[in-house]
Design a protein around this ligand. Structure first.
Ligand code: AKG
Length: 252
């Protein structure tokens, strides 16, 4: 895909899908490294960075946060190479890789992702940041693909409030049927990359498939021109810990 079209689409719609951003071998390498991390690294990661749909069943792993801090392979994926390059290109800024995540919706029990804007979690001024979501297996309406509201990055921050969804502690409070009607489900194949602006409204359905999971790689980049409200963020994290929701200050 032409880089000019990628940028125009991102700026107009608030998101862009880049088919085949990674090839089959590159996707296989990422999947194998996630398998290694899940087997050998997660046991040493803090509990609040490892979320299960059902705490008593390890096969229901749904999310890993900040993997880059615990594993050099994924630190390089975040901070070296083409993900970081395209983040800088789209934001027209130098960028800082903030986190690398793993998302899954296990078959039958994978819960919906509440509608939200990542910028609400990021607490940035201005909200110069992008989130990337790369499919590791086919994602569609049945297994809970990502859904966007086109152009919503241009209409400001909506009010957010608490959810009980692990890993996604905040959702848009006044999200109504008019919003649902505007949702665009994005089907993706392994290696297809979705990039959205930090103000773009997005959500994802539950996993209704009885056999297929919905695994993905997530990356977040902040532009250096964006200033973090460090105190507000630390207070928010403390509150989440106190309430034992296991929230996440970076993803939405
Ligand atoms: O994986 C999902 O369902 C949603 C991911 C998301 O909200 C994000 O990457 O910002």
């Amino acid at each position: 895909m032409d880089t000019k079209i990628i940028k125009e689409t991102f700026e107009r719609d608030g998101y862009v899908l880049i088919p085949g951003f990674l090839d089959t071998d590159e996707v296989t390498e990422i999947i194998q490294n996630f398998e290694r991390v899940i087997a050998h690294v997660t046991p040493n990661m803090p509990r609040e960075k490892v979320f299960f749909e059902d705490e008593t069943d390890p096969s229901t792993l749904k999310q890993l946060i900040d993997i880059d801090r615990y594993d050099p392979f994924f630190n390089d994926i975040l901070n070296k190479g083409k993900f970081k390059d395209i983040a800088g290109f789209l934001l027209a800024d130098d960028v800082i890789g903030k986190t690398l995540e793993y998302f899954n919706k296990p078959p039958r029990i994978g819960k919906p992702t509440p509608p939200h804007q990542d910028g609400y979690y990021f607490m940035l001024k201005p909200s110069v940041a992008v989130t990337m979501w790369m499919a590791l297996e086919p994602a569609d309406e049945e297994n809970g693909c990502v859904r966007y509201i086109k152009g919503s990055h241009l209409t400001g921050m909506r009010p957010h409030g608490r959810t009980t969804t692990l890993g996604f502690s905040q959702q848009i409070l006044d999200y109504g049927s008019a919003d649902v009607d505007k949702e665009i489900p994005i089907r993706a194949k392994p290696g297809d990359l979705l990039i959205h602006h930090s103000l773009t409204i997005h959500t994802a359905g539950r996993n209704n498939s009885t056999t297929r999971s919905r695994k993905a790689l997530g990356l977040i980049y902040f532009g250096v021109s964006a200033k973090e409200d460090v105190e507000a963020k630390a207070a928010y994290q403390r509150k989440l810990q106190e309430e034992r929701i296991g929230g996440n200050a970076l993803t939405g």
